[in-house]
Design a protein around this ligand. Structure first.
Ligand code: CTP
Ligand SMILES: C[C@](O)(CO)[C@H](O)COP(=O)(O)O
Length: 232
């Protein structure tokens, strides 16, 4: 039986509304490099992937300007209306190359600060796991639940067992594809790969990751990401 291979999927078909920039955030620059190029290089330089599939917007005029578009290891497909649809599209674009039990790592294009040690630990800790799992970091702040749309505090949430999901998230090719198809078809709200597997009755494994593996989401995150990268 051949050893399972590792495939990389990077969903990069978002519009970055919360960033309020003049282009999708994955094409903003950090130290004169596109964020998408930074993210892809930090993944491809630190693990041995059989291939990489990047999901892009259908109207993406920036990709051809990136260094990654010249990298023969990187293929592209058209993403979907939601992140989960983009990941499913990338899985389907790999159907003729990936085996059912191959591992797939899914990592947000908007997370350029992934530390190589976290990537290595995720792969090492989960390579023998029956389901797979994700990088996550413990909640460090006290969490409040607001009362509807008001600013009134409804309650303080017990954070003792709460973790923030990060990426990469790592699951078997066929199990992930099946779980995403089922969850999307059922209208179940999924915002990460693990929640699709949970919806399918699986129990993903958490691997603790660094809290500085931030997702660039709002304007203040850009300078923070630049500082983090300068220290990595
Ligand atoms: N239809 C979508 C939506 C998001 N993403 C990708 O999923 C990652 C995480 O999503 P998010 O941070 O929400 O990005 P956006 O959807 O672009 O941001 P916003 O919600 O502010 O518009 C990003 O790399 C984004 O490009 C995607 O591939 N396809
Ligand atoms: C996948 C993720 O980054 C894990 O925290 C997150 O769910 C993405 O959410 P978004 O709203 O698509 O940014």
């Amino acid at each position: 039986m051949s050893k399972p291979r590792y495939w990389l999927i990077v969903p990069a078909a978002g519009s970055g509304q919360r960033m309020k920039a003049d282009c999708p955030k994955q094409y903003l620059q950090l130290n004169h490099r596109y964020i998408l190029d930074v993210t892809l290089s930090r993944l491809l330089e630190n693990a041995d992937f059989a291939g990489c599939m990047v999901a892009l917007r259908a109207d993406d005029p920036w990709w051809s300007k990136t260094a990654s578009s010249k990298d023969e290891r990187v293929d592209t497909c058209i993403g979907g209306s939601e992140r989960a649809n983009s990941v499913l599209a990338a899985l389907e674009a790999l159907l003729d190359r990936a085996d059912n039990d191959d591992w797939v790592l899914v990592h947000d294009a908007a997370r350029p600060c992934l530390h190589p040690a976290d990537l290595g630990r995720l792969i090492a800790d989960l390579r023998g796991h029956p389901v797979g799992g994700l990088l996550a970091t413990p909640v460090a702040d006290t969490l409040k639940r607001k009362a509807g749309d008001s600013n009134a505090v409804e309650t303080t949430v017990d954070r003792r067992h709460l973790w923030r999901a990060l990426t990469p998230q790592m699951f078997r090719f066929s199990a992930l594809r099946r779980a995403l198809e089922t969850a999307i078809a059922s209208g179940y709200p999924i915002t990460d790969e693990a929640s699709a597997l949970e919806h399918a009755g699986q129990i993903p494994c958490i691997v603790e990751g660094r809290p500085d593996n931030i997702k660039i989401t709002v304007p203040a995150d850009l300078a923070l990401a630049g500082f983090i990268l300068s220290r990595l």
